[in-house]
Design a protein around this ligand. Structure first.
Ligand code: FAD
Ligand code: FES
Length: 580
């Protein structure tokens, strides 16, 4: 067709596309070209018709085909010219004209064509909206990626004990060469740990946005009243008392896992004092929990079980105690307990799991029977959640409560079976005196050195045997020196005396009586709790003289070096002066 008219479709089309606007010159050009096309098209139609007529007469089919093609080409050319003229008359732009013409040439239906309404910057609205959608999509992808990075950062922070807040680049992840752009960093706050299922009331372990005291830090001893906010039944003879600050708010002291509080109560007209380990973790600041076993003939434990109700106020002092573990002292810990001796171990375990302690925690527990296993569900729950917590429980005998675990006492074999390489680990032991003595012997046989073993007796310690009368006789507790001397010139006498400097009182001191008993005999008040050398409540400074102490587990070495003695253990054959 181009050959026929001397103007091929491509030059006309390209010429139209190159014209930005419909100037009078452009209009003239298009009208000229359109006229030529209509003219040459109609000439081709006429010629083709004549050729077709002759080929039909000559019965020449090939000539017929050629004639028909000429007619068709003429129609198309005339049609394109007519379309261009119409578009010019409608005021369309040259480019739209070119497109109209092109579609006519290519026989493309108008509905299939792209919209050519022009938007800003010479782009079509279709083009613009597609680009806008793509840009929005890319931005959304970047934002999602950035949010993921923040989440990962905060998770890393949660799982890293004592880690500094995690910082991520403000613009999201960057490759190493760009990561040094510290000025653009934002700090991600630490997330609270996920809370535990509501069905199991393990909320004592939920740190829920509270700060634990710095490891190894305990507040000054505090005395005051705490309100019983709740009482939980753990086993047939064990209850947990949840205590809160009466006015609300956080508990008025901080403590270290393993410490205890001392209750003071008037029972049957007598004031008695007893210590109870805090079983809840220090990460919980809204309350403390004490888990108490009812002793059939016990004064305080019976009082707590039988008389104390929710809403009552209890006289409390503390915290105190050195039977502690915060996770900084060793990179793994073995906690062996029996009966209600589980309380310090539970506090330590709750604390360590709350704080994501990375080391192994071996929790070995012995109960008299399955129904007396304290914190059974919670230990199982924690064990499932924390791969580094290894729990092994044994019972003395089976009862009606379902039990598939071990039966028997905590023996050397039981320990060896459940704690690999125990000789290199730190071990804590707490429970009834007989159990503690058996476990300590087993530990020695397993190669655990004494300085790696810490223990606390809740009752009368087996080591608390009467001390021989003569001063300086070695005590049964070989963990520490038995004799404490405040003056090298102590002269033993048949009837020694003890002076209580603060009270201004002096009284007799028999060699078989301890300082606490001598004080009570003449009405000098010295605080006490366990009376067996483990709680440390009766600590007083020795100003003059020398004493022996059978048990001194409740006395930190630094206090001992400062001349502090345990009044419930200190005995002497010479004269003494104490600051009480
Ligand atoms: C540091 C420390 C932490 C402790 N933590 C806990 C703890 O978390 N949970 C806990 O439950 N305990 C704990 N104890 C033990 C607690 O302090 C008490 O010793 C315990 O509750 C018993 O006190 P009580 O007044 O009931 O018994 P007490 O009146 O002191 O009697 C002591 C024992 O003697 C028996 N007894 C009393 N009178 C007689 C009699 N006439 N005949 C025969 N037997 C008799 C009692 O049955 C009891 O077993 C802890 C002790 C210490 C030192
Ligand atoms: S009263 Fe507990 S150590 Fe003396």
């Amino acid at each position: 067709m181009g050959c026929m008219g001397g103007l091929g479709p491509r030059p006309f089309y390209s010429a139209l596309m190159a014209m930005p606007t419909l100037t009078p010159e452009a209009r003239q050009y298009i009208e000229d070209q359109a006229g030529k096309r209509i003219g040459s098209g109609s000439w081709a139609i006429t010629t083709g018709q004549a050729q077709l007529h002759q080929s039909i007469l000559a019965n020449d089919s090939a000539a017929m085909q050629k004639a028909i093609a000429t007619v068709r080409a003429g129609v198309l050319e005339a049609e394109s010219g007519a379309a261009a003229l119409q578009a010019v008359n409608e005021g369309q732009s040259p480019r739209q004209l070119a497109l109209t013409w092109f579609k006519t040439q290519m026989s493309v239906p108008a509905a299939v064509g792209m919209p050519v309404d022009e938007g800003p910057w010479g782009l079509s609205w279709y083009h613009l909206s597609t680009m806008t959608f793509l840009v929005a999509f890319v931005l959304a992808t970047i934002l999602i990626h950035y949010a993921r990075l923040r989440r990962i950062g905060s998770l890393v922070q949660r799982l890293t004990p004592g880690a500094a807040p995690v910082a991520v680049p403000a613009g999201g992840a960057k490759s190493a060469p760009f990561a040094a752009d510290a000025a653009a960093f934002v700090t991600v706050p630490t997330l609270a740990a996920p809370s535990t299922p509501a069905a199991l009331d393990f909320s004592a372990q939920n740190p829920s946005a509270v700060e634990a005291p710095a490891p190894g830090k305990t507040s000054k001893p505090w005395t005051g009243a705490l309100r019983v906010a709740d009482i939980f039944y753990e086993t047939p003879n064990v209850k947990t008392f949840r205590l809160r600050e009466p006015g609300g708010g956080p508990i008025p002291f901080t403590f270290v896992p393993g410490q205890f509080l001392t209750f003071s109560a008037e029972v049957d007209g007598k004031r008695i004092r007893r210590s109870y380990t805090i079983a809840s973790a220090p990460t919980q600041r809204d309350y403390v929990e004490l888990t108490v076993k009812r002793e059939d003939l016990g004064a305080e434990s019976r009082y707590l079980h039988d008389n104390v109700a929710v809403g009552d106020h209890l006289e409390v002092s503390g915290p105190a105690g050195v039977f502690t573990f915060t996770g900084t002292e060793a990179n793994s810990i073995v906690l062996i307990s029996g009966g209600v001796g589980i309380t310090p171990m539970m506090c330590i375990t709750r604390y360590l799991t709350d704080r994501a302690f990375p080391g192994d925690i071996f929790f070995l527990y012995g109960a008299s029977s399955p129904q007396n296993v304290i914190f059974r569900e919670e230990l199982e729950y924690l064990r499932k959640r924390h791969a580094n917590l290894h729990v092994a429980t044994t019972v003395g005998r089976v009862d009606e409560t379902p039990w598939t675990g071990a039966v028997g006492y905590i023996s050397k074999e039981f320990i060896a079976r459940n704690v690999p390489e125990i000789a290199r680990r730190r071990v804590h032991v707490c429970g009834p005196p007989a159990m503690m003595e058996a476990v300590k012997s087993a530990l020695i046989e397993l190669g655990v050195s004494k300085h790696k073993t810490k223990s606390e007796a809740f009752g009368q310690a087996l080591g608390a045997a009467p001390v021989p009368a003569a001063a300086g006789v070695p005590a049964t507790d070989t963990a520490a020196p038995s004799t404490l001397t405040a003056s090298p010139h102590t002269v033993p006498s048949a009837q020694s005396e003890i002076e209580f400097r603060k009270s201004g009182k002096t009284g007799p001191l028999a060699p078989d009586k301890c300082v606490l008993e001598a004080a009570e005999a003449i009405g000098v008040a010295i605080d006490f709790s366990c009376r067996v050398g483990t709680c440390g409540v009766c600590a007083v400074p020795l100003l003059k003289g020398a004493v022996t102490m059978a048990v001194q587990e409740g006395l930190p070495p630094e206090d001992k070096a400062r001349g502090i003695i345990l009044a419930c253990q200190a005995k002497s054959a010479g004269n003494l002066v104490v600051d009480a």
